[in-house]
Design a protein around this ligand. Structure first.
Ligand SMILES: Cc1cc2nc3c(=O)[nH]c(=O)nc-3n(C[C@H](O)[C@H](O)[C@H](O)COP(=O)(O)O)c2cc1C
Length: 339
């Protein structure tokens, strides 16, 4: 990471409204099959001010599917952003409007997912090749809602590592008035790499993301990709307005609690027992409402990583037999296994 210092960015504005750049200081990444509402409820307990993102929801799923199933969330999740996948301006506008009506605080467009399924739908990362279309999509969404419309993107496509590609992409979106960019700081390789490899093999280039933050100094830039320690996040925050954690929040969720203290979001780290009790209460409500326990607690498996007994904790919470009983007390029983 170079040591460019990010501007204080006074007077940031979005669609004419003042934009609080600190609102993006700590974000939890959208992750399909991970950051569902139960996971976000848990993350909120750990990090009272983190900005939480939904899994990507496609416009097709939203406009033709079960809207409450896709959009319902708990009031404690605020601030919470809805991430959309799509490339049809009208559909995106309708989906964004639904999201705003449902109470989401931000609508984010996915321009970073490289999966084949997403490419077939002509959205996700392949949209980076069509900045004009992305600008039309953003404009249509901005016209439909008054909450911030933001973009999550990569640095480039395939093996093109020129800075001008991403600068021009961001520049075109910037013309629409969009002022929040979440940069997964590596390329997406559209052919030949799986989504998992696409999160590991293309090299991270934080310096290039930092150039964007300098060149578009009236905008909020959030760095994403490979951030897994407090030190890395603190260093990134010297350059960027925010950090977004994906796999670290999933594998070691406690980092959210530690960061919340370090960033001054809370005075004291939340007590583990408070979190455990809150999750047991929440699990009881959810189970009563017909949700399977395994869905409610799956984001907690990595919570006690590093502590003696963590393996037993994980094993108990993923034991199919125990989960089938659907009893929230399983959390307390697993807790008793910890040293
Ligand atoms: C299981 C999984 C699912 C993901 N799903 C999405 C998604 O729905 N939308 C998106 O923009 N990125 C998605 N990503 C990418 C993450 O948001 C993030 O950009 C990536 O994991 C890099 O950040 P990290 O190194 O902190 O994990 C996903 C990542 C993982 C591991």
């Amino acid at each position: 990471m170079n040591s460019l210092t990010h501007a204080e960015t006074p007077g940031l504005s979005l669609q004419g409204a003042a934009l609080d750049s600190r609102a993006w200081e700590l974000c939890v990444a959208p992750m399909i099959d991970v950051t569902d509402r139960h996971c976000r409820y848990f993350h909120r307990l750990l990090a009272p001010q983190a900005r939480l993102y939904t899994e990507m929801i496609t416009t097709g799923a939203l406009l033709h599917g079960n809207v409450p199933r896709h959009l319902d969330f708990h009031v404690s999740e605020h601030p919470v952003a809805l991430q959309l996948g799509g490339s049809e301006p009208l559909d995106l506008a309708k989906a964004a409007k639904l999201g705003e009506q449902w109470g989401y605080d931000e609508i984010n467009l996915n321009c970073g997912c490289p999966s084949e399924r997403v490419q077939k739908g002509a959205f996700g990362a392949c949209l980076m090749a069509e900045p004009g279309l992305v600008a039309d999509c953003i404009k249509a969404m901005q016209d439909a809602v008054s909450v911030p419309v933001t973009v999550k993107h990569r640095l480039g496509l395939d093996y093109d590592d020129s800075y001008s590609f991403v600068r021009d992409f961001v520049g075109r979106i910037h013309e629409t008035g969009c002022r929040v960019f979440i940069v997964h700081a590596r390329n997406a390789v559209l052919k030949g790499l799986s989504p998992k490899d696409n999160r590991e093999i293309p090299p991270l280039r934080y310096d290039m993301a930092a150039r964007l933050a300098v060149d578009f100094s009236d905008s909020v830039f959030v760095l994403n990709g490979g951030l897994a320690s407090i030190g890395q996040c603190e260093e990134a925050l010297e350059t960027f307005h925010g950090v977004m954690l994906g796999r670290a929040a999933w594998h070691t969720p406690d980092i959210l609690a530690d960061l919340s203290v370090r960033l001054g979001h809370v005075e004291q780290r939340v007590n583990d027992h408070t979190v455990l009790e809150a999750m047991m209460e929440y699990a009881a409500e959810q189970v009563q409402a017909g949700v399977a326990l395994r869905h409610v607690i799956k984001s907690m498996l990595g919570w006690q990583t590093g502590r003696p007994g963590a393996r037993r904790w994980r094993r108990m919470l993923s034991d199919p037999k125990a989960l089938a009983e659907n009893k929230p007390e399983l959390l307390a029983q697993a807790w008793a296994q910890l040293g």
